[in-house]
Design a protein around this ligand. Structure first.
Ligand SMILES: NC(=O)c1ccc[n+]([C@@H]2O[C@H](COP(=O)([O-])OP(=O)(O)OC[C@H]3O[C@@H](n4cnc5c(N)ncnc54)[C@H](OP(=O)(O)O)[C@@H]3O)[C@@H](O)[C@H]2O)c1
Length: 280
């Protein structure tokens, strides 16, 4: 219920240049570019995306896109503080050192957000989290968060360390999401970032989605992105094609009616490109 009220409030305030406040006081853009599997054209794709208006780039050491993103950031002519850069460390990393390696690849002095990519097997990553807290204290990143964590794992992490993550980045779309996670994150001021917000294109031809999108004169991908925006969830669509990247930005000139937002929620089949949503 809390999250639904929040979503309504949020929908009224959406503009391409709006941003979401984080508990640290920093602000995060509403929409970012995913870069998993963008490696063959990374510098060109990211340069074009920044010119088109993307203000946030999501990457990770294991995407092999950081060097290309670094090239694009160096040559785009935009001030560093106008772009929000998200990267990740792995469960087996020394998180402080891995953050330094990521920054070296990106050729940046700081990241805006560093996430624990996945909780370690059999634990919640307490040591990783302490190292990320150190990275934040020492100015290597402005905010820290987690990815692919369940509610119980976040609660355990906070119980052990006393610090909430600013973000939980999880697979999230109308076809696969969790109202319980939504309420938990809203109540705890944790921003959900949606990975695979387009279901890796696996549900773009769904009959209910395509007919709803047609009624708004929008594409299924635009409807999926807008659904997230109106929930207050930050989508990170990836697109190799410039035309897709442009289309995915054109989501601020319409609004999904509340009854259709609810209808989209009923598409939930806990779809996951990995077979199962680990956080549900
Ligand atoms: N934290 C994690 O564990 C985690 C896991 C997975 C992903 N992620 C992040 O989330 C990002 C997004 O997820 P994803 O890359 O898995 O999948 P996605 O964004 O859901 O889907 C990407 C696919 O959708 C297609 N597409 C994009 N825009 C389209 C449009 N307007 N119309 C039709 N098709 C369109 C793309 O085609 P083209 O490429 O041909 O344009 C591509 O095949 C990743 O890139 C990564 O940054 C994080």
């Amino acid at each position: 219920m809390a999250a639904a009220t929040h979503a309504l409030h949020f929908a009224n305030a959406l503009r391409a240049d709006s941003s979401i406040p984080l508990p640290s006081g920093n602000r995060m853009p509403l929409l970012g570019l995913g870069t998993y599997d963008l490696r063959h054209h990374t510098p060109e794709s990211v340069t074009q995306a920044l010119a088109a208006g993307y203000q946030m780039i999501d990457t990770s050491g294991d995407y092999h896109t950081q060097r290309g993103i670094g090239d694009a950031l160096r040559h785009c002519g935009l001030p560093r503080e106008s772009i929000f850069v998200v990267t990740k460390v792995e469960a087996t990393d020394d998180a402080f050192e891995a953050t330094r390696v990521n920054l070296a690849e990106l050729r940046l002095d700081y990241a805006d957000l560093v996430l624990i990519h996945r909780p370690p097997v059999g634990g919640v990553g307490e040591v990783l989290w302490q190292e990320l807290r150190r990275a934040k204290r020492e100015g290597l990143t402005r905010d820290i968060g987690v990815s692919n964590y369940s509610i119980e794992q976040i609660e355990e992490l906070v119980y052990r360390t006393g610090e909430l993550p600013a973000v939980n980045q999880i697979e999230w779309s109308p076809f696969g999401h969790s109202p319980r996670m939504m309420d938990f994150c809203f109540d705890n001021h944790i921003v959900i970032q949606a990975w695979s917000p387009l279901t890796r294109a696996q549900r773009l031809n769904d009959d209910k989605l395509t007919s709803l999108a047609a009624r708004y004169g929008k594409t299924p991908a635009q409807l999926l992105i807008r659904w997230n925006l109106q929930l207050g969830v930050v989508p990170l669509p990836k697109a190799n094609h410039a035309q897709h990247r442009q289309e995915n930005l054109e989501v601020f000139d319409f609004e999904i009616r509340q009854m259709d937002m609810v209808k989209m929620r009923t598409l939930n089949e806990h779809y996951s490109s990995m077979g199962a949503l680990p956080y549900v």
